[in-house]
Write a protein that binds this ligand. Structure first.
Ligand SMILES: NC(=O)C1=CN([C@@H]2O[C@H](COP(=O)(O)OP(=O)(O)OC[C@H]3O[C@@H](n4cnc5c(N)ncnc54)[C@H](OP(=O)(O)O)[C@@H]3O)[C@@H](O)[C@H]2O)C=CC1
Ligand SMILES: CC(C)(CO)C(=O)C(=O)O
Length: 349
């Protein structure tokens, strides 16, 4: 029996949980909070898809890691903004050889692990022995408690939103890319192939990334346009793409990210993003990117992982990113106002 915990069962985590709950040979648990947790405990979880609803009973739904036995696999579904605060709990929830799978958008905290010396130094703001990223792992707690050798990196394409407690709505396709952070480990990783097999047996479409950092950059191209502009404008992605100016702004942000990636040694192809015309766009509103969901729910925004860290890289490599810099300033202001509003009306946060 493989023990798997979804740590932070929000939109993405709940989707994974429903699928993994149906999987033979898996003992599934999840960590959630608030009304969502209470509903899961009482009534289970529902995943709404384009082809119908799937319901799962979750027998181990808890509010804290201390209430669970050691896990073979912990899939971290927390927002990037919350991960560092949970470093110790995630670390102690894992067995010694356990695997922590990080699926958050943006640059991950483990980025510097296993890179060659030049890139490791360039990635690090502290020292080359533990090339932590100060924005994402401020005091190195993730590095020391979780240990990057226990990490599998993940990139997830799968639009999801919690529409009411215990109910996640998923639109379109799910595609998951997984990879070993240490490039030299990719070819011989049996734990990676076992994880991929397991996720596929649960109906989650997972494949091995040739280079997980290249996949991170590719996904960032999607998020840098969708998440940031939709959060700032409150338009869903379809509406954003229908505006020529906002579409072009997205392209400019993508070009700046590609320039940063290229300076660091990754040649990222342009985002495959067709521009729906007004005629072909579906009338139904499109997916609200997760950063827009955060604005609407009064939650902290993933500014550092999606924009701040790429900007940090840009500075280190001498790449000019004027539009990214402006968007970073605006998003930081929005993040501040969302947090102030949540502090004034905590019941609605
Ligand atoms: N949603 C999407 O379509 C996609 C999201 N992603 C990425 O996946 C990651 C997760 O996103 P998403 O699923 O949208 O985020 P959510 O905010 O929906 O999920 C995070 C969950 O963690 C819970 N949580 C936070 N702190 C605690 C705590 N101390 N104890 C228990 N539970 C806690 C949150 O509870 P609460 O709600 O109360 O804050 C929430 O349910 C992000 O990096 C996002 O960018 C990637 C692809 C698509
Ligand atoms: C754009 C999308 C849905 C891609 O899967 C995403 O990553 C998000 O909403 O954060």
């Amino acid at each position: 029996m493989t023990r798997i915990c979804i740590y932070g069962a929000g939109a993405i985590g709940s989707h994974f949980a429903v699928r993994l709950a149906q999987c033979p040979g898996v003992s599934l648990s999840l960590i959630a909070r608030g009304e969502h947790l209470v509903t899961i405990q009482n009534n289970g979880l529902t995943l709404e898809t384009d082809s119908g609803n799937v319901h799962a009973t979750i027998s181990q739904a808890v509010g804290h890691a201390r209430n669970l036995p050691p896990q073979d696999i912990v899939i971290v579904g927390l927002k990037a903004t919350d991960i560092a605060d949970h470093a110790q709990h995630i670390g102690s929830l894992l067995t010694d050889n356990g695997i922590a799978v990080f699926i958050n958008n943006g640059i991950p905290w483990w980025w510097g692990y296993g890179l060659d010396a030049a890139l490791t130094r360039a990635a690090a703001e502290s020292n080359a022995d533990t090339p932590t990223l100060a924005l994402l792992d401020p005091d190195g707690a993730l590095w020391s408690h979780i240990r990057p050798e226990r990490v599998i990196g993940g990139v997830v394409y799968s639009p999801n939103e919690i529409v009411k407690p215990g109910h996640v709505r998923h639109r379109g396709q799910t595609r998951i890319l997984l990879g070993e952070p240490a490039p030299q480990a990719v070819a011989k990783s049996t734990r990676l192939s076992a994880l991929i097999k397991l996720l596929n047996s649960a109906g989650l479409t997972a494949t091995a990334a040739k280079d997980i950092r290249a996949s991170v950059w590719e996904k960032l191209l999607v998020n840098i346009a969708n998440n940031t502009i939709c959060a700032l404008t409150r338009l869903d992605n379809q509406a954003r793409m229908r505006s020529p100016d906002l579409f072009n702004l997205g392209r400019t942000l993508q070009a700046e990210i590609r320039a940063v990636a290229a300076a660091m040694g990754w040649s990222v192809p342009p985002a495959v993003e067709s521009r729906p015309t007004v005629e072909t766009a579906a009338p139904a509103p499109g997916h609200r990117p997760s950063m827009l969901q955060d604005v609407l729910r009064g939650r902290a925004l993933e500014v550092d992982a999606l924009v701040g860290q790429p900007l940090q890289f840009a500075r280190q490599f001498g790449i000019a990113t004027p539009v990214l810099t402006l968007v970073h300033t605006l998003l930081s202001g929005l993040d501040c106002s969302v947090k102030q509003q949540a502090a004034r009306a905590p019941d609605h946060a």
